[in-house]
Write a protein that binds this ligand. Structure first.
Ligand code: PYC
Length: 404
């Protein structure tokens, strides 16, 4: 039972679906699995299920570009993402699973005065929160990334950059598998191919949910989905201020390592990094229309190729290997929605836009504390659903990702 067909031990087990759990987490991505892991490990909760419609990591956790950073714009955002970086720094040891976190530094290029001003603003907020960021000029950028065209002859000359040394990349699948294995070792039931078809609410409180494999009674449900988060919350009668957009990405054939920083250009709507395998990973901003489609488009391929070549003309002979898309749940202020909802026992960890993967560890830690204590811990207190009614927005547009 504990072995796969090839004879290797299974990283996590399969279980019969029980008709009762103490908590059910919808979504087997990094957020849902991390929440289950910390709930079981740190809060001693037993009888936890994670329900995943497809396979673990099949949503945003397996579709992102694996970039980690904490150089945000608001103090609330910087503190939150910085805690995630701290957890990532110890994750391989914690999970006993090599997640290949490479803190190679992260550069956000400024091609105009307005961007440079925002970079300076972010630098000051970052420093006040103890996060390492500084604005650097074209000469230093050229030393860090020799292949970048830092001349004044380009369409959008590079005026400077926000340099964030602790940022970098990680092996995103390993993070998902590590949390899944860790959660399983603490007794969590991971149910793949298990789709939630309804959430039962009586007298303002969660009673259970229905799935394609049967009913489950539970007093606690966490919506940790991405792409369909508003539809899942709607099943509990809770409306989310979320609009869903596709985001496309691509990788090239592998080449010898030459790029050991992450390079982001908001003006050119593109970010580039090189994996340990040698592939270049390219990502774009979200598609310009709301949709649940994850089909690739030729417009994306043409656009990304053109923009990458504006930054690094020497790459003109490289070939793209594959492209894909993921779904981004955008909120009005570009910050997530985390914590309790008006339905007792129904919690959300949603609205992750284009920035969810890097927040997986801190979200898991914070949502586990929130569920165990019945109230949000300080680190996520600014991200509650009620902020939209009260007008306490946490505006992260200037640092969320590219091209918003
Ligand atoms: O927030 O760093 C980010 C990011 C990279 C790609 C999409 N979002």
């Amino acid at each position: 039972h504990g072995l796969s067909r090839s004879g290797w031990p299974r990283a996590w087990r399969e279980h019969e679906l029980r008709d009762r759990y103490d908590a059910v987490i919808i979504g087997g991505g990094v957020h849902g699995l991390a929440t289950a892991y910390y709930l079981a490990r740190d809060h001693g909760m037993r009888h936890i299920a994670v329900l995943e419609r497809a396979y673990v990591g099949s949503g945003g956790s397996g579709r992102n570009t694996a970039i980690l950073r904490s150089n945000y714009l608001t103090p609330e955002g910087v503190r939150f993402y910085d805690r995630s970086i701290q957890l990532y720094e110890h994750l391989a040891a914690d999970l006993n699973f090599n997640v290949m976190f490479s803190q190679r530094g992260h550069l956000t290029l400024a091609h105009n005065d307005a961007s440079l001003r925002t970079m300076r603003w972010r630098t000051e907020v970052n420093k006040l929160q103890g996060v390492d960021s500084e604005v650097i000029g074209p000469d230093r950028i050229g030393e860090l990334v020799p292949y970048l065209d830092t001349s004044a002859e380009t369409r959008y000359p590079i005026l400077g950059a926000l340099y964030h040394p602790p940022g970098g990349i990680v092996r995103h699948d390993a993070v998902v598998w590590g949390y899944a294995r860790g959660a399983d070792a603490h007794g969590v039931h991971i149910h793949q191919q298990t789709e939630v078809t309804g959430i039962d609410v009586e007298h303002g409180r969660v009673r259970g949910l229905r799935t394609n494999r049967g009913r489950i009674a539970t007093p606690v449900v966490l919506n940790a989905t991405a792409g369909w988060s508003s539809l899942v919350s709607h099943q509990a009668g809770v409306e989310m201020p979320v609009q869903t957009f596709p985001l496309q990405a691509a990788v090239t054939e592998p080449v010898r390592p030459f790029l050991d920083t992450v390079v982001v250009s908001g003006t050119l709507h593109v970010y580039v990094s090189q994996t340990d395998r040698g592939e270049l990973v390219f990502g774009a901003s979200v598609d310009p229309f709301a949709s649940y489609s994850i089909r690739g488009s030729l417009e994306f391929t043409e656009g990304i190729a053109g923009h990458v070549l504006e930054l690094m003309p020497a790459l003109h002979r490289m070939r793209l290997l594959r492209q894909w898309a993921g779904l981004c749940d955008m909120t009005p202020d570009y910050s997530p929605i985390m914590g309790p909802t008006p339905v007792e026992g129904f919690y959300v960890d949603v609205g992750w836009g284009t920035y969810g993967f890097k927040a997986g560890p801190v979200s898991g830690e914070a949502m586990a504390a929130c569920i165990a204590d019945g109230k949000p811990p300080e680190i996520i207190s600014a991200f509650g659903l009620d902020r939209f009614a009260d007008g306490r927005l946490v505006g992260e547009k200037g640092a969320a990702a590219v091209g918003h």
